[in-house]
Design a protein around this ligand. Structure first.
Ligand code: RNT
Ligand code: ZN
Length: 423
């Protein structure tokens, strides 16, 4: 498409939206300021670089063996730079503790400091990139029978409590070094395959462990903490102490954020409707936007009704400044850079769609009881020339328009990814 035809298409779209009272330029200006926290673990199948001596498990599973997985932090950084060159806007990178770069001697997770993250920080600084962080409570021999912070043994709990504390400190060091608040998100895999005899004990231990982790006050300017509930995992089908109810109560009483992961509920239960509910009681939340297919399968985010519902709730509810949007999926059956690009572009598209809705008109029709107008407009909106506005956004942000990003990923695959021989 030529610049001229793109521009013509945009002008026509702008006129069409203006007829409904929607200012497309204003929508794009707002969109530009919404960062998406892109999860580092899409690039290497949640492998990490610390080599802790345990394979991925603990309720997490990545399927596929597409060539080109990042083998080192440098490769992951290069892949991220490639991906973000194909995505409009300015985004963030979400790191896990297991992406520590140990030079020579290995430091265990209860002794982790900011040192092994110096390369990440220096790199992020040079790109003016914000970083987020996560404790890693999986792929480690001390995840014993699937338990970490709920483990009956005090010593094992203690090990993981220490890890939790250290990661918050690393988060704060990252935030301070970059001058951008870091979100440190805590998720544990703990649970039981079969019906437990004691549901109370592990939950009380979890609350106690979390209190020990969050005891130290950390300047919220540099680090904010969040906790991530889950319903079940592979091998933990019957019971998860860190459930939604548990963590909602925890976040509300302790002042942490709550992370809503789209794959962590019953298969037909969405997270969109939870946003305005929990934000009545919590100042801020975080999201792990994902796509579960039959279970928490972490498929690449596509532009589904559920994704649009999430974006509508954030935008229409006026919550853009109270929701930290992050992604969480891992697909090793397709090109991993493409997986990043597709999912992130879709998240942004969903936000743009939501920003292009005539919300004032819709809300006043609703207040007046004119549900006919509300429904009619919502349906007509679906066929408005959204694509022209999206193309214009990509063009003005200097990233490929439409499917043309794919050729760049194919080229990158040929020149870079295909040459990576896996160890
Ligand atoms: C697992 C959680 C968690 C992880 C990442 C790797 O079910 O969603 O967020 O996916 O931390
Ligand atoms: Zn998640």
């Amino acid at each position: 498409m030529t610049a001229k035809s793109l521009n013509t298409a945009y002008r026509l779209a702008q006129e069409r939206y203006a007829r409904l009272g929607v200012d497309t330029d204003a929508a794009l200006k707002r969109l530009e300021r919404v960062p998406i926290s892109m999860h580092c673990w899409q690039a290497d199948d949640v492998g990490g670089f610390e080599n802790a001596g345990a394979a991925l498990g603990d309720g997490l599973a990545v399927t596929g063996n597409y060539p080109g997985k990042a083998r080192t932090a440098d490769e992951l950084r290069a892949d991220f730079v490639k991906a973000t060159s194909l995505i409009p806007g300015r985004h963030r990178l979400n790191l896990h503790a297991s992406y520590a770069e140990m030079s020579g001697k290995r430091v265990d997770r209860d002794a982790l400091g900011v040192e092994p993250f110096r390369n990440w920080i220096a790199w992020a600084k040079s790109l003016e990139l914000g970083l987020d962080f996560n404790q890693t409570y999986f792929s480690h021999p001390k995840v014993d029978r699937g338990f970490t912070l709920t483990h009956p043994d005090r010593a094992i709990r203690g090990f993981w409590i220490e890890h939790g504390i250290r990661c918050r400190e690393i988060g704060a060091a990252i935030g301070k070094a970059l001058g951008k608040t870091c979100l440190t998100n805590l998720w544990i895999p703990d649970g039981m395959k079969d019906t437990p005899a004691d549901r109370r004990g592990p939950r009380e231990r979890l609350a106690e462990s979390l209190d020990a982790i969050f005891r130290k006050k950390i300047d919220r300017k540099w680090n904010v903490d969040s906790v991530e509930p889950k319903l079940f995992g592979i091998g933990a089908e019957s019971y998860t102490p860190g459930s939604h109810d548990f963590y909602l109560g925890y976040a509300a009483t302790r002042g942490t954020l709550l992370t809503l992961d789209a794959g962590h509920y019953h298969p037909t239960e969405g997270i969109a409707d939870k946003i305005s509910s929990v934000l009545c009681f919590l100042p801020e939340i975080a999201l792990h936007v994902s796509r579960g297919v039959r279970w928490d399968s972490d498929h690449v985010v596509t532009l589904t009704d559920e994704l649009q519902a999430i974006a509508q709730e954030i935008v229409w509810g006026g919550y853009l400044d109270r929701v930290r949007i992050g992604l969480d999926y891992f697909d090793a059956s397709i090109n991993r850079v493409a997986a990043w690009v597709i999912g992130t572009r879709n998240m942004i598209k969903a936000l743009l769609l939501a920003l292009l809705a005539p919300t004032t008109t819709l809300k006043s029709a609703e207040l007046e009881g004119d549900y006919t107008t509300r429904l009619a407009l919502m349906e007509e909106l679906k066929l408005l020339p959204f694509g022209a506005v999206w193309d214009h956004y990509c063009a003005t942000q200097g990233v490929p328009v439409g499917e043309s990003w794919l050729a760049e990923v194919k080229q990158y695959e040929k020149v870079v990814l295909a040459k990576r021989v896996q160890p």
